[in-house]
Design a binder for this molecule. Sequence first.
Ligand code: SAM
Ligand code: DTB
Ligand code: SF4
Length: 330
Amino acid sequence: MRTDWTREEIAELFDLPFLDLVARAHDVHVRHHPENEVQLSTLLSIKTGGCVEDCGYCSQSTSADSGLKAEKLMAADAVVAAAQEAKDAGSGRFCMGAAWRSPKERDMPALLDMVSRVKALGLETCMTLGMLEGDQAQRLADAGLDYYNHNIDTSPENYANVISTRTFQDRLDTLERVRAAGVNVCSGGIMGMGETRTDRVGFLHALATLPEHPGSVPINALVPIEGTVLGDMLKDVPSAKIDDIEFIRTVAVARIIMPESMVRLSAGRESMSDSTQALCFMAGANSIFTGDKLLTTGNAGDSKDAALFAKLGILPMKGEPVQAHLAAAE
Ligand code: SAM
Ligand code: DTB
Ligand code: SF4
């Protein structure tokens, strides 16, 4: 696995004729992953709203005027019940997200309980809780955490235009602690925040030159939310919306430079056509979030996804036939 990619090499990949780029990405994909299989993950917001960070895209920040009500941390029993439901609907991974800058010590026992019980259901576990200290990462690892999601979001140069309450280096520090604790890193970002092609190159370069490639790389398209800095920006500057072809190029380049990572087609699918999603799968995306809801916004939904998978002949990863998934969605 190469972790010495240069920005020039990555920019050259982006510049390839579109069909050549997708063909190359597909070739890399089939050499490292089962063909026509896409992993289904379910996301649950275990602690919604009231976050002190000022991420310009996020409905959950207290700096946003999104009208979202802050809630308390969910009880472990309710989280485990949601995980069981996700498993029954065919999900292989359960990701629990909290709107925190970082978890407080008083919340740790409940978080550890959730991880071990969700893991005991036979699901892969993932959490995204903000910044972690080394000992927090270690305790989560010991409880059975498989993945920790912590996005770098954009290029190092563009970071301060999106978030002012923490630095790009803060993000890298948490990723290092997660890696040191033996938990798989899940890290990606958001396209369509007004960034340039150069920023997209710098973003993928930062991920592909980490000491190890992240096990999972979520590529989100900005979901514009009214009352957030970036949601409102998109209303004023509609041309900032990520172009579908540029989005697919980003997925393809991620696949080529991080051949073994799961590339997750994350937020933004609700407003993507079937054809765009199909090209993302062709270009190497092999994981999606299922269900009607992401954290605070809508998602395509199980029955729509089952229909798309059936149309494309894609199977949910873990070998469950699409018919079973379809039946579960009805
Ligand atoms: N508070 C934790 C943190 O930021 O690390 C975890 C939750 S946070 C909502 C997880 C990720 O969701 C963010 O890093 C961001 O990449 C993505 N995200 C949040 N709002 C989004 C939006 N409106 N559109 C697309 N992606 C979004
Ligand atoms: C990621 O990169 N995308 C997911 C997950 N990691 C936690 C979150 C998407 C959130 C979309 C906006 C919302 O629903 O609030
Ligand atoms: Fe808080 Fe995470 Fe939203 Fe940023 S993305 S405001 S850290 S919940």
